[in-house]
Design a protein around this ligand. Sequence first.
Ligand code: B3K
Ligand code: ZN
Length: 887
Amino acid sequence: MDIATNPTTPEGNPELADAAPMPHAPPVIQRADYKPLAWRVPTTHLDFQLGLEATIVTATLEIERNPDAAPSSELRLNGDSLTAQSVTVDGAPAQWRMDGPDLLLSLSGDRHTVTIVTDIDPGANTQLMGLYASGGMLCTQCEAEGFRRITFFPDRPDVLSVYTVRMAADKATFPILMCNGNRTAEGQGADGTHWAEWHDPWPKPSYLFALVAGNLVANSKPFTTASGRMVECNVWVRREDLARTDHALESLHRSMKWDEDVFGREYDLDLYNIVAVSDFNMGAMENKGLNVFNTKYVLADPDTATDADFDAVEGVIAHEYFHNWSGNRITCRDWFQLSLKEGFTVLRDQLFSQDMRGESVKRIEDVRILRAAQFPEDAGPLAHPIRPDSYREISNFYTATVYNKGAEVIRMMRSMVGESRFRAGTDLYFDRHDGEAATCEDFVRAIEDGADIDLTQFRRWYSQAGTPRVAVSQAVDGDTLTLTLMQTAPATPGQPDKLPMPIPLRVAVHSRQSGALGSEQLIVLNEAEQSFILPLTGADPVVSINRGFTAPVVIERALVREDLVFLAAQDNDPFARSEALQELAVGHLIGAAGGTLSNADRQGGEAAIIGAFRSSLNDSALDDAMRGELMVLPSETYLFEAMAAGERKADPGAIHAAREALKGAIGAALKDELLALHARTSALRLDDPAGRGARKVKSIALGFLAAGDPECAGDLAAVQYDTADNMTDRQGALMVLCGLDHPARAAKLAAFHDRYKDNALVVDKWFTLQALSLHPDVIEHVRALAQHSDFTMRNPNRVRSLHMAFAGNPKGFHAANGEGYRMVADVILALDPINPQTAARFVPALGRWRRIEPGRAAMMKAELERIMAAGNLSRDTYEQVSRSLEG
Ligand code: B3K
Ligand code: ZN
């Protein structure tokens, strides 16, 4: 496909050409406009003559009128950059015309056979949507609207069809040919070609179609399902990667077993294939029976992957597997319902990982991600409900809101009804809607019916954007405490006023004086303001609220420092302990950044945080994994949000300085304890059961030491690097060195590159470490790295490893002279014609300008305006930039 023919650019679309330099806005699609298609497509036959530069696709669709839709004699077959070579209906030339990128067929009967031939150039497909070439192999990505780049088709998720696919290709180049379902036939052709035919018995929408052709080998291990079905499980990779696939395969088996045990879901084909490709726009894709994965979420061994990478592989393998039921067996009626499958599947993968790795640590990690990625989205110009009402480009709505807040919303239902009633609800959902393209409303109704709960008011969580704030006040009256809660939700684009939503909160009332810990109960705040009477356990009551983060809200309250210190050290909910420490740090850092702290307050705050850190370091009841969580300071993005609440604006420079100062104070005050922790954890062997937690705290300790005594920490990091027998330690050491002007910095970076230069995923790390670093010259480093011979804009992992990492580095991105903003805007402009989906992902960083102090805000806005003025933008980038300027 030639990008100049992209119908979303003025060259490709005469209507848009008039509008230069500012193109007309691409059309807005409204949820309220949904109508079922007038035609069904019970079966689809595809024939592929595969080639890297030229592939011929013959699609044969059996179509029939849809009795559940308003009749129409026209059928719209979506296309994107396609030209039909021939179109026949029932074997005769058809009546058809093009309408923009789509093909419109005129049909007279009730049932027809439509045959269309198209030819495509996978090698020129830099968008990586549809059929494309990656490292000599061919693969597909169809969600959300990529299938229309392969052939003309009603490319919408409510059109379910049974697919039979025949692929023919040169055998030497493409020895392996795979598609969804099972292989039903294969054979040899002329001139060194071969062919295979695959059939998927399960009706599916076009976005779940997949094809892979290449020179691949598999790591295989069968799984026997609860009902005795033997499933062949394969992880397909390039031969040189085979040794790093065991963890992925084992993770798949664990996921299959867990879904049977916890949700009663069994796999439904004889074959489960996972294929790793190195050019991929996101993490992975749940195509029926043939998942396509970014190599980053498949390949792992201790020498090349960190412990966090191992966890990510397990989590993404699980996520895609769980989609087999929440997404594939029951899919979405339209793309506005995306959270139906994504929110639910994220919750399922989170619960799985909690069971595999420990509930509290996983919950703390998930909440940290929500706060860093979703809260800013909910507070900015791109805020949208988990079920959006409109979009211009659906790819822009694969967001933290749809995914992570979507999961939180379903988690709240689960918290309110408890595990077993929730299971009754999901059982009913799976039974009732199996084989359908369903809606979020269908899901809510199934939980209502199955779990026996009225969710009328709760439905507002699906339609209202913005993170609710809950103001807490308390009054003691004899033996009881009256807790008064007030909820408000901020205005968001298109939604000035909000109605109260049910907010489930697990609470407990402890006594600071006696140390007695109160028992936990769940309260649900339904009204704008509501009071709850809770029993007291003793004097100086301290309320522990939103334990386990039962609701995705911001709690606003003014707890005295002593109360937070008490909760941080003593709360019996580990999640609540970490929350108290976060609250302590957020309060202190916002005060310090805002310049509102007296010297005494600053010292008092610092001393309290250092004291809390000391208790965590010395608490022998804690394991290192949890200790590590307690030692993570709030992220700068989260601090921006906290500082920008209300009328104030965030000052990134002041926040960075305050946070670094606190790190330095902790590093200096606790140097001995941190050195002791580093020494203790360094003594553990790679395979020690406590090794994972140890590796985690080891590098965290090094980070604090680097802020307190850079030279000493640099020396220690160099030793850690040299003695490391695993990537977690090696990367941890290099991360610290990268931020320092230490003599070992350049040598270790060079050694790392030299050692791993043939491993793309580790070279990505090499780029990321430098782009994320605290080094004063980070901008110059990134500029030079963009010219490095290993850098390319064509590979999304590489682009993310350098530029996305830099956009997430508050120090570099928010450089006071605006250079960071300019660099990111330049990336968007350069990448948009190559890969619009990935380019648009950079826009939200600049889009936060309204929350930032006026000097920087003006520069961020100016960069967005410069992008807009460049014209010729993709639909993806146009939508994100225009919303960021309007919102
Ligand atoms: N469903 C895919 C995401 C597709 C993104 C398209 N832009 C992966 C996932 O969420 O599992
Ligand atoms: Zn998903």
